[in-house]
Design a binder for this molecule. Structure first.
Ligand SMILES: C[S@@+](CC[C@H](N)C(=O)[O-])C[C@H]1O[C@@H](n2cnc3c(N)ncnc32)[C@H](O)[C@@H]1O
Length: 323
């Protein structure tokens, strides 16, 4: 490879490199010790893990999980840089946390940085981006059984409409679902460009010619459905709590209001003390809180972070301590 080709390849890699969000805030709230035992549930390119790993000494432990095999390559780089022992788990964090919680191991810190990495979005052939024509795949884990094309070609109109509305907060969900069903009666969906065209044809003109691509919400909705993102999070939180030692900290960075609501409600439920009716003279439920919420309002990125990393604009960090 000539020098300019090498440079181009490097620049392409740098352009795709994931910039971690709320890193300073995350590291601050985790309040790590050199011997902390940390679980990074969404390793990605290891940006957060690197910042965490720098604070761990030889007695520390970093367990990293990601469902995308690409993350394993980044993990090897981080592993070589840090003093702590480390290990990578390939798969859904819900399964990893379930399995770990059934061992004797207990973590001092568990964190999630939900959603997609920039490398996933920018790898065209994975089909996450509406701006490139690619196969309609959208699987974070290439072993998952269902692609975005399968959903578009097989799910009933009513279900598609619900997915677009609930996961994408798409106001034209019904129209778009109807247009999808009409299109697939003639030809099965295969490429992202076909979906973009169908969405453009289904929404009213002002939405079609607005500043943002009218298909972006449908793409987000499909990605959440393909990867069962909300179900995974719902399944993972109770096991993360079991896996934490008392005094341990759980932190979640989310980018979608539905994810944030799941975290907020889970924390609130686990932080609840006695829930006997207020007119009971004494407590009969015996309920004790399991979590102390450390962020009564979620932490959000400052203007400076959003200016350099627009992906951060919807990020919310919620943190709690196990009692
Ligand atoms: C926003 S990126 C994380 C970036 C990472 N914190 C960093 O600093 O580079 C989210 C990562 O989580 C992974 N992921 C999302 N949902 C997952 C799940 N249910 N189980 C395992 N990994 C998941 C994605 O594959 C992606 O690599």
């Amino acid at each position: 490879m000539g020098r300019s080709a090498l440079q181009t390849a490097f620049e392409a890699e740098m352009a795709m490199a994931h910039v971690p969000v709320l890193t300073r805030e995350l590291v601050e709230v985790l309040d790590l010790r050199p011997d902390s035992r940390v679980v990074d549930c969404t390793f990605g390119a290891g940006g957060h893990a690197r910042a965490v790993g720098e604070r761990l000494g030889p007695d520390g432990l970093l367990l990293a999980c990601d469902r995308d095999p690409l993350a394993k390559e980044y993990f090897e780089e981080v592993r070589a840089e840090i003093e702590a022992e480390s290990r990578f788990y390939l798969g859904n964090f819900a399964d990893t946390l379930y399995n770990l919680s059934r061992t004797r191991f207990r973590a001092t810190h568990i964190y999630f940085d939900l959603g997609l990495s920039s490398m996933q979005v920018d790898t065209r052939e994975r089909g996450f981006a509406y701006s490139y024509d690619a196969p309609l795949d959208m699987r974070m884990d290439p072993g998952l059984p269902l692609t975005a094309a399968d959903i578009l070609n097989e799910w009933p109109e009513e279900r598609l409409s619900r997915v677009f509305r609930d996961y994408g907060e798409e106001r034209y969900a019904r129209r778009i679902a109807r247009a999808v069903v009409r299109h697939r009666a003639r030809k099965s969906f295969e490429r992202t460009a076909e979906l973009v065209d169908v969405v453009k044809g289904a929404v009213p003109a002002p939405a079609r010619f607005g500043a943002r691509n009218p298909a972006r919400r449908v793409f987000q909705a499909l990605r959440i459905a393909v990867n069962e993102e909300l179900e995974s999070l719902r399944r993972a939180l109770p096991d993360a709590l079991s896996l934490l030692e008392p005094g341990g900290v759980i932190a979640v960075i989310s980018f979608h209001s539905l994810e944030d609501r799941i975290v907020k409600e889970f924390f609130a439920e686990q932080a609840k003390a006695c829930d006997c009716p207020p007119d009971f003279p004494v407590c009969v439920c015996g309920r004790e809180p399991v979590l102390e919420i450390l962020t009564s309002r979620p932490l959000i990125p400052g203007e400076e972070e959003v200016a350099v990393n627009p992906r951060a604009s919807s990020a919310k960090l919620r943190v709690a301590r196990k009692l």
